[in-house]
Ligand binder design. Structure first.
Ligand SMILES: Nc1nc2c(c(=O)[nH]1)N[C@H]1C(S)=C(S)[C@@H](COP(=O)(O)O)O[C@H]1N2
Ligand SMILES: [Mo]
Length: 349
């Protein structure tokens, strides 16, 4: 038994929101019981045995697939890093409204599932389809609108038809657990987590632009109420975290291993650099993981520190598209996409 086994960090009880304990970044794949949890509503009622996935709308023949039928289709396994677009919201200054995530609203798992496009082709998706809508089984109220809502999101048809957009049935080799979307969820590699709809039960192909509140009100980046340049949250920005040491730690003089992870949904992370002189000079880290299409890469760096004092450790990642973490991410009302350079302070005695 491992005596040192950090638990998830709660951020709210109902709906349940919990962070991955970044200190336990000892494995490339996040164990299911540590994978971050992000919900907008209370958990849906347990699906009955008669659960089936509907595919309808602009398709030649609408289909209804029960769990066994879904399992019959060819499946693929993909390691995917998923980050909530509100990750690191707590670090915005001034504060942005919403769950005050620190740095653990991100995880990495192996997802097994049927490519969505296989199912859309079986249903006979029509050429005039613009978007595909995904509905979860969870419902609840919003404070900004009257009525009851369902968590639902859409994808542009090109992304829905991408061979790696999955209707996932297994997470880390086991049927997806209830909290992570049992019996089936969408997995949209490279996109922020809101796209990966859990507890999936209905898929609708449409020639319209979907305007549900989780599409049109939430997950939109804007700098003020009057901002006319609103844009939807889509691909994950290049980002990194320092998992050890933790912020405000007191350490002895000598050797320390600084470690963490980095990812990008807009390319693949190519470089992580550390600065100990407020960004004056940067040192290349070494990779602990190899490069995989949709995966984070853990990194480490040997720090030899002979002189006592207060040290700022800064880390920045760069991807192969030339995206670099900024010193300060652009503030926005809803506090999304914070990918500022990671910084912690430690004291050497
Ligand atoms: N049905 C449903 N799907 C959902 C959500 C939700 O509240 N309901 N939250 C989304 C958001 S914002 C994120 S970041 C991911 C989190 O997935 P996880 O809880 O498995 O970590 O699920 C997405 N899918
Ligand atoms: Mo999210």
């Amino acid at each position: 038994m491992n005596l040192y086994d950090p638990k998830r960090i709660p951020r709210s009880i109902i709906p349940e929101n919990q962070e991955f304990p970044m200190l336990s970044l000892s494995s490339w794949v996040t164990p299911e019981n540590k994978y971050y949890i992000r919900n907008h509503f209370p958990y849906p009622a347990l699906p009955l045995n008669d659960w089936a996935l509907k595919i309808e709308g602009l398709v030649q023949k609408p289909i209804l697939l029960n769990y066994q039928a879904l399992c019959q289709f060819p499946q693929i396994i993909l390691p995917v890093t998923m980050e909530c677009s509100g990750n690191k919201r707590a670090y915005f200054q001034p504060k942005a409204r919403g769950v005050q995530w620190e740095q653990g609203a991100v995880s990495h798992a192996l997802w097994t599932g049927v490519p969505l496009r296989t199912l859309l082709q079986v249903a006979g998706i029509m050429p005039n389809v613009r978007e595909v809508i995904f509905e979860g089984m969870d419902t609840g109220e919003r404070i900004d609108l009257p009525g009851t809502f369902r968590f639902a999101r859409s994808l542009p048809v090109e992304k829905a038809m991408h061979p790696d957009t999955l209707i996932a049935l297994c997470m880390n080799g086991k049927p997806i657990s209830y909290k992570h979307g049992h019996p089936a969820r969408l997995i949209v590699p490279n996109w922020y987590g809101m796209a990966s709809v859990k507890w999936l039960y209905r898929i609708v192909a449409t020639d319209q632009v979907f305007k549900g509140p989780f599409q049109n009100i939430d997950y939109v980046v804007y700098r003020s109420k009057k901002d006319s340049q609103r844009r939807p949250v889509t691909l994950m920005k290049v980002n990194s975290v320092i998992s050890q040491p933790t912020d405000q730690t007191v350490l002895r003089r000598g050797k320390h291993f600084i470690t963490g992870t980095a990812w990008s949904g807009q390319g693949s992370v190519k470089m992580v650099e550390i600065s100990l002189d407020h960004g004056g000079t940067w040192n290349l880290v070494t990779w602990l993981d190899s490069e995989e299409k949709y995966s984070w890469r853990r990194w480490g760096w040997d720090w030899n520190v002979p002189v006592p004092g207060t040290y700022l450790i800064m880390v920045k990642a760069t991807d192969d598209k030339g995206n670099i973490q900024p010193l300060q991410a652009e503030w926005n009302v809803m506090g999304y996409e914070n990918n500022s350079i990671s910084q912690i302070q430690v004291y050497i005695e």
